[in-house]
Design a protein around this ligand. Structure first.
Ligand SMILES: Cc1ncc(COP(=O)(O)O)c(C=O)c1O
Length: 354
């Protein structure tokens, strides 16, 4: 603690990112990265972009990438905003759409733990919607007075998805609030709300290339919504940093989106592995929350979550453990390659039997 820090920074409890270990080689199933490499076309494009043009600033509006993404979703360029990972888009959304010290923003009690951190940083009041034992979020929770809504769909760390019909109902009941859908994991079997954008001026969908496009290291995310919402985020960006996405990232993201065959192939491989591993774990008596994401959230009556985490770590397998009420008996396991998942299954079988 430094006496030079502002009060807000003294009081904040920052987000803890998943570990990126350096002490040894692990099977890394802890940060929901994609186990498959990025599209080779994307890597080639990044290499080609590493030339003398790097002395120039990138396009602050990312127009070419905007156009590619707009075309992909049959939207217009002004429905698209590109950012430095979806975390940045979420952060920009707070000052853009939520009134400081105003009506509470709603999000689930168990969800992406960055939301309360942004709320603290931007002085945003919030109400948590309690979840049930299966991590379902009751729809009625979103039918109270609010200054905005954030829904991770599928949710993290549970992996549970919400149907487009439910999202529609929530949008219908909240016309005067901005409803943000964080679709970081939607490509692994969830129902995207992108189709609703032209019908709902208050809907902002946030997506990322970090998970389903294997580009967590490139830092590219995008927001899709009505042009007025997009204009709101641009105003925040241009009040903080006009050049958030660099030339290499723009080049790589462009090709990754265009290489749709590779995207389809890798995401379906992950979904298949997820189903295989889930069935096996259930056979062995694990509780496995039904997942539409590239991870599973599991617990065992035979071994507490914290011990599972520790024992797996000792065996060279990293998963994520959250020591928080309601979820402290679970571990979150990112879906890796089939070989990695076989090692994981073998290790966890030995742990619960001993
Ligand atoms: C629900 C959710 N949203 C957003 C993100 C951020 O993704 P990125 O900033 O890499 O786009 C994550 C990353 O783990 C996440 O779990």
């Amino acid at each position: 603690m430094s006496r030079y820090w502002s009060k807000a920074i003294k009081n904040i409890k920052p987000y803890t990112p998943g570990e990126q270990p350096k002490d040894r080689r692990y099977i890394k199933l802890n940060t929901n990265e994609n186990p498959y490499p990025p599209s080779s076309r994307a890597i080639e494009a990044i290499k080609n972009a590493a030339d003398e043009t790097l002395r120039l600033y990138p396009d602050p509006m990312c127009e070419e990438l905007r156009e590619t993404i707009a075309g992909y979703y049959r939207l217009r360029n002004n429905n698209v905003f590109i950012g430095n990972g979806s975390d940045e888009l979420l952060a920009f959304s707070f000052p853009a759409f939520f009134e400081p010290a105003g009506k509470p923003v709603l999000f689930a009690e168990i969800t992406y733990s960055f939301y309360p951190v942004y709320a603290a940083l931007f002085n945003t009041n919030y109400n948590l919607i309690p979840v049930d034992e299966e991590f379902n979020i009751p729809e009625e929770g979103y039918y109270q007075a609010n200054g905005g809504i954030i829904i991770a769909n599928p949710n993290a760390p549970s992996g549970k998805g919400v149907s487009r019909e439910t999202i529609k109902a929530i949008l219908n009941r909240n016309e005067s609030s901005v409803v943000i859908l964080d679709e970081a994991y939607v490509d692994f079997g969830g129902q995207s709300a992108v189709k609703l954008i032209n019908d709902y001026p208050n809907l902002l969908v946030i997506k990322t290339l970090s998970k389903s496009h294997s580009l967590a290291g490139l830092r590219v995310g995008y927001a899709l919504g009505n042009e007025d919402l997009i204009e709101g985020i641009i105003r925040v960006k241009d009040s903080i940093n006009s050049y958030t996405v660099d030339r290499l990232a723009l080049a790589g993201a462009q090709e990754a989106i265009k290489d749709d065959d590779y995207f389809q192939e890798t995401r379906s491989k992950i979904m298949k592995s997820r189903e295989r591993v889930s069935v096996r774990l259930k056979d062995w008596g694990f509780k496995v929350i039904s997942s539409q994401a590239n991870f599973i959230f599991i617990s065992s009556e035979r071994c507490p979550g914290g011990i599972l985490f520790q024992r797996l770590r000792e065996k060279g397998i990293l998963v994520r453990y959250f020591n928080k009420p309601k979820i402290n008996n679970f571990i979150r396991v990112t879906i890796g390659t089939d070989v990695e998942m076989d090692c994981f299954l073998e290790a966890i079988k030995v742990i619960v039997r001993s």
